[in-house]
Design a protein around this ligand. Structure first.
Ligand code: PAF
Length: 281
């Protein structure tokens, strides 16, 4: 696997593949890769002739209280994992390559409405940074397909909307959430859980399954949300949200609406904030 930092080298590699009529799959990441990321690479591998991954810790998606500087940078380990999973090329640019005028002075994209709720409400500006960097990376790599994990459900929906609204010529592919045996969704943040917190963390997935069952049994979604909140709070989680939403736009479902729903949870265990979701269909 080749690793490139600059745009000219990235474009030269991709031009070579394109000249041979090969398709390109893309997996954008912020590094500190685990089995969840590797499953995205595998999916891209199955759907495209060539696979490009990026590792870029994007400053514009971090809020003032979220520590951009302390985000784990594990490039050598990431390179080894990507090579092992048959990635063809790693793009690992400097901040100045992605933001030539500085992150604070860059063009910024805003995907309205869907970014204003849930994660967007708890992390103001976060999705503007995500949409901006993903659009920039799409322009650089110009992939045929790009793979995003369903674990970050709202991010996936934001990217889908951006792609459709800006008519970007890339197909967004959703990859299923990878879970530990006890149900905990794989995430870089799991490494910050102490042993006792790690043992409690699967309750999030258990609660999502219960929310799905209660909705299927005909319970009103507001009641289901209250039951989920009490269950998690009783177990010591500090809840940001535990909600049932319409999967398409994350709006509140209408009374009696049963199709196309998703349950989403964000909660803190000690200092670690975990998110997860479960689509009902
Ligand atoms: O999901 C992530 O790791 C990031 O939000 C992404 C999509 C790579 C953009 O920086």
């Amino acid at each position: 696997m080749q690793t490139v930092q600059d745009v000219a080298a990235l474009r030269a590699a991709i031009r070579g593949w394109r000249a041979q009529g090969q398709t390109v799959g893309f997996v954008p990441t912020m590094g500190n890769l685990h089995a969840g990321h590797h499953s995205l690479i595998k999916l891209a591998r199955a759907r495209a002739d060539r696979v490009v991954a990026s590792v870029f810790v994007n400053p514009t998606q971090f809020g003032p209280n979220e520590d951009f500087e302390r985000y784990p940078r594990t490039l050598a380990q990431d390179q080894a994992g990507l090579a092992e999973h048959d990635c063809d090329l790693l793009f690992a640019p400097e901040v100045a390559t992605i933001y030539p005028f500085g992150a604070a002075h860059s063009v910024s994209l805003r995907v309205p409405q869907i970014t204003e709720v849930l994660e967007g409400a708890h992390r103001p500006g976060h999705f503007d940074g995500v949409a901006t960097v993903v659009c920039k990376l799409f322009n650089l790599v110009q992939p045929d397909i790009a793979v995003f994990g369903q674990k970050d459900f709202q991010q996936l929906k934001v990217i889908e909307r951006m792609v459709r609204d800006l008519s970007l010529p890339v197909k967004v592919v959703a990859a299923p959430t990878q879970r530990a045996e006890d149900g905990l969704a794989l995430s870089s943040r799991n490494q910050y859980l102490g042993p006792e917190e790690r043992a409690r963390a699967p309750l999030i997935h258990e609660t999502l399954l219960q929310m799905r069952d209660l909705v299927a049994k005909g319970h009103a979604w507001r009641v289901v949300e209250q039951a989920a909140a009490s269950k998690l709070e009783r177990a010591g989680f500090v809840l940001d949200y535990a909600v049932v939403r319409r999967a398409e736009d994350l709006a509140e479902p209408a009374e009696g609406e049963r199709e196309g729903l998703v349950a989403l949870i964000a909660a803190r265990l000690g200092a670690t904030r975990l998110i997860d979701n479960l689509s009902f269909d």
